[in-house]
Design a protein around this ligand. Sequence first.
Ligand code: 5GP
Ligand code: MN
Length: 325
Amino acid sequence: MFEKLIPVIKKANNIAIFSHSSPDGDAMGSSYGMKLILTEIGKNAEVFLQENPDVPAESLMIKGDNTGLEIKDCDLLIAMDSGDSERLGKYEEVFLSHANTMAIDHHVTHKEYAKLTVVEDISSTCELVVRFANELGVKINKEIANNLYIGLVTDTGNFKYSCITGDTLRAAAGLIDTGVNYSEISKILFETKSKEYYALLKTALEKLKFYHDGKTAVLFLSTEDYTAAGIDESEAVGIVNIPSSIEGVEVGVFIRSRGEREYKVSLRSNRYVNVAELASKLGGGGHERASGYSVKDKTVHEAEIQVVEELEKSYDGIKWNNKCI
Ligand code: 5GP
Ligand code: MN
């Protein structure tokens, strides 16, 4: 799978690694996992992390030595977990203007922007990195495994989502065999929330709105809501899943401010609606059950109406039944 990438990587000396804005556990896990793997084969590699990383996931990352490497000195740039070049944020320009670039990603909606690309529709970019290490012939040690495991649990919702296959679990098993402290990772990422988080959750529950006979739940949290609860957005991981976790809801919509008349919208579906398609239509992307997009030059009311109308079209013709088989 990586046969085109590996010779290019072997030739490079200084490698810069990037991922998407507001990096989550998979973006960081695959980036730092990659850094440690490349270091194992004697490369100088550094991660250039974007702003607002998910705080609990970042606290668990094993980042390796600070190399002091600068992007201008790099002969290869690698983008991890980024479905389009815009997601590279402040690094988009430098990435697109470099002669030697590659992207490793798992988004079905991937729009090619690198010279070499590997995209595979699997659970996480970290699952892809496990395959990459195997093909490269690097033994995954406990430090590498720690980072990759964090990406696996993040993008599978702690092994709950429909993106899981037997290969995902076999990859996870291999990582656990190296001695990864999986119960601590799970506790920190999924079982521990601050008091401020619960204050924000209280506001969130009061602000929830329902449409389409309860099939759609929409939550808008303003910058003021976060400030009042005393929590930063990057520390409030998990709120995004609240709307879709309510009984009877098919699609949960989570909207938050990104500046004057600008919003970030996250979509989560339960069984029927392909939200990757819906987000692509609105300029974003993602996966069948989790996707997102940005809105510019609209009021929050207009952004809400836009997604509610799109969802109405998506629901047309669905035969609702909640059986597993
Ligand atoms: P989240 O809602 O957690 O930010 O993102 C859910 C999924 O959708 C992730 O896989 C993420 O990469 C993707 N995603 C979110 N926002 C965007 C966007 O603006 N553009 C694209 N292409 N993908 C997005
Ligand atoms: Mn991912």
